[in-house]
Write a protein that binds this ligand. Structure first.
Ligand SMILES: Nc1nc2c(c(=O)[nH]1)N[C@H]1C(S)=C(S)[C@@H](COP(=O)(O)O)O[C@H]1N2
Ligand SMILES: [Mo]
Length: 324
């Protein structure tokens, strides 16, 4: 248990789980005179959340223990302030500042997700239970919005396949559809007809099972703030940001390709696949370049958002202009 902070080796799962259990107990006593702050520093491993690293400080209930992962782009991360104030979450309005201003009405805990459809073990899972049971990893991914702006975001989460494997997809399962909660009380934008509510997104099963596809529960070492979709959202780094559905309550496996919100709203503009592709322009703007939030000049957009080596095989033989 005497690991030094900053050691980023992958921790064997059993050791990791025991360590998490210890930290949980220790956290119960944080703020008392027991002086566990120092012990937490030594035990936190991987990247230390700032809240945990300060000797004697209170352990923020928002801090999440996690490992680092090899998936980290070699570019500076966008600031926490930008990631949490420049958002798309149409359930709160269409302006970038609406979610940060209004998403305090969300009620992300407790939170359950229903997994059903073409699975042998349909189930309802509690997000806090998942956070306890599945080791979290930090992954620093590029995120490219279809509107041609981008960020680099240090997400905390776990690969989606770990969740899907629990439900045991049947042989007929070919797609995975995700749904956001429908509740205009919490999300007043759902009273307006900007999209057909609830927001629905979907992936092919092989895309959903790909190791890069992540369920995110945190950001910069802490639980997701409401505007970034507390308590849980999807992150598919080689696709346009709209595939990364927020505030998920349902995951359904299907044999037919599901209809998705943006594709229903404007099929000529937003395809089912939505792979980042600098060669296929949006009908109203170029996708060849993008504006990284915080930068002054535009930069070229990379095929599959820079994840071509990992994912191009998923689409071999497909005409990516037709299946955009
Ligand atoms: N439910 C829901 N999910 C959503 C959206 C939305 O409006 N509603 N916007 C999408 C779009 S277009 C983008 S770019 C990302 C933005 O995520 P962020 O605000 O956390 O950066 O969320 C995606 N997920
Ligand atoms: Mo987006």
């Amino acid at each position: 248990m005497a690991e030094k902070p900053g050691s980023s080796e992958v921790t064997p799962e059993e050791h990791y789980l025991r360590r998490r259990a210890f930290i949980k107990n220790a956290a119960l006593f944080a703020g008392t005179a027991l002086g566990v702050g120092g012990a937490l520093v030594a035990l936190s491993g991987g990247k230390r959340a700032e809240e945990v690293a300060v000797e004697g400080a209170e352990v923020s209930e928002n801090a999440l223990q996690h490992n680092t992962s090899p998936y980290r782009v070699d570019e500076p991360s966008t600031s926490y302030a930008d990631i949490t104030s420049y958002n798309n979450f149409y359930e709160f309005g269409t302006s970038k500042s609406d979610p940060a201003a209004n998403a305090h009405t969300l009620n992300p805990r407790p939170w359950r997700i229903r997994i059903d459809g073409e699975v042998d073990v349909p189930q309802t899972v509690d997000v806090d239970m998942l956070i306890d049971e599945i080791p979290l990893e930090e992954r620093i991914y590029r995120m490219r919005c279809v509107e041609a702006w981008s960020m680099v975001i240090p997400w905390l989460g776990f690969p989606l396949h770990k969740l899907l494997e629990r439900a045991k997809p049947t042989d007929r399962a070919k797609y995975v559809a995700f749904s956001t909660l429908l509740d205009p009380e919490q999300m007043p934008g759902q009273r307006r007809r900007t999209l057909q509510w609830p927001y629905i997104e979907a992936l092919r099963l092989d895309e959903a099972m790909h190791p890069l596809t992540q369920m995110a529960v945190g950001l910069y070492g802490k639980r997701l703030p409401n505007q970034n979709a507390a308590p849980i959202r999807l992150v598919v780094p080689w696709k346009y940001g709209f595939k990364g559905i927020k505030y998920i309550v349902s995951i359904r496996l299907t044999s037919e390709e599901p209809r998705t919100s943006w594709n229903l709203a404007a099929p000529g503009e937003y395809g089912f696949y939505a792979n980042v592709n600098p060669e296929v322009d949006h009908p109203r703007w170029t996708q060849a370049t993008e504006r990284r939030i915080g930068d002054f000049t535009r930069r070229p957009t990379l095929p599959f958002n820079g994840y071509e080596d990992e994912v191009a095989d998923l689409y071999s033989g497909m005409d990516l202009r037709r299946y955009f």
